[in-house]
Design a protein around this ligand. Structure first.
Ligand code: ZN
Length: 100
């Protein structure tokens, strides 16, 4: 299993790419490998994840605002749900997106 491709790794030397770069990863990202200097690009991910995060924040927020009339609570709940969804998306990207 020595040649098995790792997740979120340099396609050239198979070293893990800098994890901090995942937070702002998009289709135009270039992640430079710490070890060999290879500039890796993620495969096309589509824009679904930005839309998903947006709706995950806006929809719960809107529901709370509509039911309770509290803007502060709406923002707090919207952001809480958004953070959870964003976290789930990062895990997905980490495990699924391939670099070339
Ligand atoms: Zn490398």
């Amino acid at each position: 299993m020595a040649n098995e491709k790792k997740h979120y790794a340099c396609p050239n030397c198979n070293t893990k790419l800098p994890l901090k770069r995942i937070f702002l990863l998009n289709n135009n990202s270039e992640v430079t490998c710490d070890k060999c200097g290879y500039v890796a690009r993620p495969e096309k991910m589509g824009m679904w994840y930005i839309g998903t995060t947006f709706f995950a924040v806006v929809i719960p927020g809107q529901i709370v605002l509509w039911q309770k009339g509290s803007f502060i609570e709406a923002v707090a709940i919207g952001l809480s749900v958004g953070v959870v969804v964003y976290g789930a998306i990062l895990v997905y990207v980490y495990n699924k997106v391939k670099f070339y």
